[in-house]
Ligand binder design. Structure first.
Ligand SMILES: [Zn+2]
Length: 280
């Protein structure tokens, strides 16, 4: 009897020691971000440059599958002026209208930038002027959708205007920014909301698009896919490849939380703040 009791005590002490060591390990590791509905990955689908094929093909496909996405409008473009009622409708359907500047200035000095006009060369646009233009962009977007919180996508991923970094001055104007490359986020806890990477897809197959979101599910993080043309326009992905991705996302909703970038990043920021407080 006595031996049994001392054995039981040793087991209890061992179990307690294990518990303390597991708890200590848990405290030292950053807890992984838990997605809504226990999804394994967040998916942000983005459509840049305000193109006709987005209104004609991408939006109806998204709506048919009940998926939400972000549309980064170049506000000076013809489609914004000519199809304004349709862009308004896109916002009313729950999609995000994001800011992609007024004139889509990119650095003319970067490789393969022969298409950059002298008027829209980021190398000769003052940073303060660009910041002012982006803020006018937000005013125009608010006139379209009535919202004050939105995100930004840096044209061409260029970060300097006349050699000056310009995003820093705009952080307070946006929830988050797509301003880097690389679509699958490595770690949600250390992700800079103002330097989120994107995978720019073009001539990509449905299987390749699905492989991208599966990588994010395996990592338990998020993926940012940036489209331009869908079944038309430039840097296009075929209507069929786009449809295959949407079908995959819609038929695996338990795995993928597909939403607007503003919704996803508001959620990420809200989840991370209490954790930062706890660790202090
Ligand atoms: Zn663009």
């Amino acid at each position: 009897m006595r031996a049994d009791r001392s054995h039981a005590r040793r087991v209890r002490v061992f179990a307690l020691a294990m518990l303390i060591s597991v708890a200590a390990q848990a405290q030292s590791l950053p807890s992984p971000l838990v997605w809504p509905h226990q999804a394994r990955a967040a998916v942000s689908l983005a459509y840049d440059d305000a193109l006709d094929s987005q209104l004609d093909i991408a939006v109806p496909a998204l709506n048919r599958h009940g998926l939400k996405a972000s549309f980064y409008l170049t506000l000076g473009s013809d489609t914004v002026r000519e199809r304004m009622a349709e862009w308004r409708e896109v916002a009313a359907q729950g999609h995000e209208l994001g800011n992609h500047t007024l004139f889509h200035q990119c650095a003319g000095s970067a490789p393969d930038r022969g298409w950059v006009s002298a008027d829209n060369d980021l190398d000769t646009t003052r940073a303060t002027q660009l910041v002012a233009q982006v803020r006018v962009g937000n005013t125009l977007l608010q006139a379209l959708d009535g919202r004050q919180e939105r995100t930004f996508a840096a044209p061409c991923g260029d970060l300097r205007a006349s050699g000056e970094p310009y995003l820093q001055a705009l952080k307070a104007d946006f929830v988050a920014m797509k301003s880097a490359f690389g679509g699958v986020v490595a770690d949600m806890q250390t992700l800079d909301p103002y330097a989120v990477g994107v995978e720019v897809v073009s001539d990509t197959t449905g299987a390749q698009l699905i492989a991208l979101v599966e990588r994010a599910a395996a990592a338990g993080t998020m993926v940012n896919i940036t489209f331009h043309g869908v079944g038309g326009d430039y840097l296009a992905v075929s209507r069929q490849a786009h449809e295959e991705l949407l079908h995959h996302l819609a038929s695996h909703r338990a795995i993928y939380w597909t939403d607007t970038f503003v919704n996803i990043m508001q959620y990420v920021k809200a989840q991370r703040i209490p954790q930062a407080h706890r660790s202090q």
